[in-house]
Unconditional design. Structure first.
Length: 439
């Protein structure tokens, strides 16, 4: 496949450029809880992860097709990655087999209302085309690092087989989409419909662009929306997922088979944490090394800042997780500690997560702590987010005590901005390492 990452380490997608490494928040059902597209742009969020399986159940493919995709439906104009849903279905069935079964041909899922939903590799790709994704994920058979060798081997065999079927379906639908595009262009050229195209383009990206002025501009250079009809990234990308649990030979077999089929990116499949919640660093590093260096290396579901920092050093350059948004709703706020001088992150509940070099030192606040009752400072003096520019810790504490849903929005905005800045700091670290000849 052709190069998808340019020399400046930017991933070119149809709906925007993504500087790498990047973190995409989870918008499982098409929304990032408590914030809207304008908030996301204000935070400098470079892309979202939606879930194909969840969108199939709600609002359903019919609604998304009616709106011409999940982007127009949700008002999000930037890059969109859709996960297949294999992981979620697997987790549910693993927890309770009454929810369905995994066959060689497909996954059968039984909903609580008795409705049956089958997810085949072909259906999964069809749904992701309907969502209008920039990055599609192959359906995979997920395993757990502590699964038996036999089960992990079976998951690898099925994952490879499904990846072949996904690739075939992807190429078929891409050819059909291209044929439609050529036909439309010929039609437009014949009727001089340039204006119409512009208006359509505006409708699609207008909501997104209008929001650019709503907040302070993000410090990083994110170009959403291919505003000038940039020729890069016209094709959606297809990523495969490397399974194999905790077994190196299986990871190797899976990676080699998938690389032979050829994908734009590769995800680390299965749980990235052991049963005692520790990052399985040796397997993550081993698997990253099996992925081609000109492809995206996606550490799926890795989201604690300290784990992102470790995985980025291993070579991973794409991350997603619910942690920044879910922790915000649990009153936990992330801050960098290097900008606070001598450890001014006060409050007994703040934990020191200091690791790595100085610019990546970080910690968390628990905003319900009574230490903040009269604290007039923002959450972080150095943060340029909407929350820190306008509100004090005391006010956030008050909102939390009052169980006001405004707290969820303001806390989510701050945490998403923290993650965007974390990625910017990692990019700076990478650039200085490259400059020093250690890259
Ligand atoms: Zn902030």
């Amino acid at each position: 496949m052709e190069a998808i990452i340019d020399s400046a380490d930017v991933l070119r997608l149809k709906h925007g450029d993504v500087p790498l490494p990047a973190f995409f928040p989870d918008a499982t059902y098409g929304s990032v809880r408590c914030v809207d597209a304008a908030d996301l742009v204000g935070c400098g969020v470079p892309g979202l992860v939606m879930n194909c399986y969840h969108l199939l159940t709600r609002p359903g493919l019919g609604v998304l097709r009616h709106f011409g995709g999940a982007r127009r439906f949700s008002g999000w104009g930037g890059p969109l990655l859709t996960d297949s849903g294999g992981f979620q279905v697997f987790s549910m069935i693993r927890e309770n087999p009454k929810f369905g079964e995994i066959r060689k041909s497909e996954i059968i899922f039984r909903r609580e209302n008795g409705e049956k939903l089958n997810l085949s590799p072909e259906k999964c790709i069809q749904a992701q085309f309907a969502c209008g994704s920039d990055i599609m994920m192959c359906l995979d058979y997920c395993s757990h690092p502590e699964d038996s060798y036999e089960l992990s081997a079976e998951s690898v065999d099925i994952t490879i087989h499904w990846a072949e079927r996904c690739k075939r379906e992807y190429e078929k639908l891409l050819a059909a989409q291209n044929a439609r595009g050529v036909a439309q262009n010929e039609h437009r050229a014949a009727h001089g419909a340039y204006r119409e195209t512009q208006n359509e383009h505006r409708a699609e990206h207008g909501a997104h662009r209008a929001t650019h002025g709503a907040h302070r501009a993000p410090s990083q250079n994110i170009q959403h929306g291919a505003q000038h009809g940039a020729p890069n990234g016209e094709r959606p990308l297809l990523f495969a997922i490397i399974q194999g649990g905790g077994y190196r030979d299986l990871r190797k077999r899976c990676a080699e088979a998938l690389v032979a089929i050829g994908f734009d990116g590769y995800g680390f499949g299965g749980w990235p944490l052991s049963s005692d919640m520790q990052l399985i660093e040796d397997i993550l590093q081993y698997t990253a090394d099996l992925m081609p260096d000109d492809a995206i290396k996606y550490a799926m579901g890795v989201g604690k800042p300290e784990n992102i920092i470790k995985c980025e050093a291993m070579g991973y350059n794409l991350f997603d997780c619910v942690i920044p948004t879910r922790d915000a709703r649990h009153h936990r706020l992330f801050v960098f500690t290097d900008t606070y001088g001598d450890g001014d992150v006060d409050g007994s509940k703040s934990e020191d997560k200091s690791r790595g070099d100085g610019r990546l030192l970080h910690s968390t606040y628990y905003i319900l702590d009574k230490a903040y009752i009269r604290d007039s400072r923002p959450v972080s003096d150095s943060c340029d987010c909407h929350t820190c520019q306008n509100y004090s810790r005391a006010y956030l504490h008050h909102l939390a005590k009052s169980d006001d849903s405004l707290l969820y929005r303001l806390a989510t905005i701050h945490n998403l901005r923290f993650y965007a800045e974390l990625m910017e700091r990692l990019r700076m670290r990478r650039r200085s390492a490259d400059g020093a000849g250690h890259g």
